[in-house]
Design a protein around this ligand. Structure first.
Ligand code: KMH
Ligand code: ZN
Length: 272
């Protein structure tokens, strides 16, 4: 069976210290959470940054600090967010791509996001795609709803991105595709039939079930506080590493070895 690539998303833009005291906010805390997660089997670090007040920021200098610290502690693949937070401008969001990380996210459409709107008109998607390409970065297509797969395919036809590529199905955001397990097989069926690879990131209570399903279906899995802060119903996870360790255990039990970053780089066609 193919090795499974585990992504850790240790802190997104939405979760607050009031939601969980265990969320990492400073560059040091974020890097240490990445190290713990790597120790348990995570090979990709999906990075969002926070400023000194704990608010989301796309300031490249803060990303630089985090990336340097993660690289000093691990050999993880660094994947910066270009999603940032709802309400940020495209210009703001694209900032970290200039640091030339190995990967960056590329959201392929607009979606309601709880009470807000995560705005990604085609012009902005193209702006991100061009910046990603110009900086020699590999995109991960963020898929919050089924139609976004088609948008990614069109970017490929227009040579704005290379396909086959790597897709991340984010399922269970209120306003996006739901966490119903049947939706995962549907999304997989819509992928371009060209050897593209996929990860599933279930939101909240969907993280564990969809992660297990992703293991069974031969895909890859993202876990972490960006998507879910609980280990089980009502019980907060104390570290992202607990969530990584559990999905690694499930994968191993089901016959999927956990990929080291080097193996993941080959599968994802990253420059080694
Ligand atoms: N924070 C969300 C609005 C990404 O990282 O590329 C967008 C997001 C996607 O987290
Ligand atoms: Zn993110």
């Amino acid at each position: 069976m193919d090795p499974i690539i585990i992504t850790v998303a240790p802190v997104g833009a939405e979760v607050r210290r009031g939601d969980t005291p265990y969320i990492p906010l400073t560059p040091e805390e974020i890097a240490e959470e990445c190290r713990r997660a790597w120790n348990e089997g995570a090979s990709i670090a999906h990075i969002h940054a926070r400023d000194r007040d704990g608010n989301p920021t796309q300031d490249p200098s803060v990303y630089r600090e985090i990336i340097d610290l993660v690289k000093a502690k691990t050999d993880m693949i660094i994947q910066v967010s270009t999603g940032g937070a709802v309400g940020m401008t495209a210009k703001e969001r694209v900032g970290p791509v200039s640091l030339r990380p190995e990967m960056a996210t590329l959201t392929c459409g607009t979606v309601n996001f709880g009470d807000g709107i995560f705005t990604n008109p085609l012009g902005d998607i193209e702006l991100f795609a061009r910046a990603i390409r110009e900086n020699g970065v590999v995109p991960e297509f963020e898929i919050f709803d089924a139609g976004m797969i088609e948008n990614a395919t069109k970017l490929g036809l227009r040579k704005l991105v290379d396909l086959p590529g790597h897709f991340n199905f984010v399922m269970g955001v209120p306003g996006g595709i739901s966490g119903d397990p049947r939706n995962l097989t549907h999304l997989i069926s819509l992928l371009p039939q060209d050897g593209s690879t996929w990860t599933v990131a279930g939101i909240g209570r969907h993280q564990l079930q969809l992660g297990a399903l992703g293991v069974v279906l031969g895909g890859n899995v993202r876990v972490g506080f960006e998507d879910n802060i609980y280990y089980s119903r009502g019980v907060l996870a104390k570290s992202n590493a607990e969530l990584v360790a559990r999905i690694a255990r499930i994968a191993t039990e089901l016959g999927r070895p956990v990929a080291k970053p080097g193996e993941a780089r080959k599968v994802l066609r990253l420059k080694i």
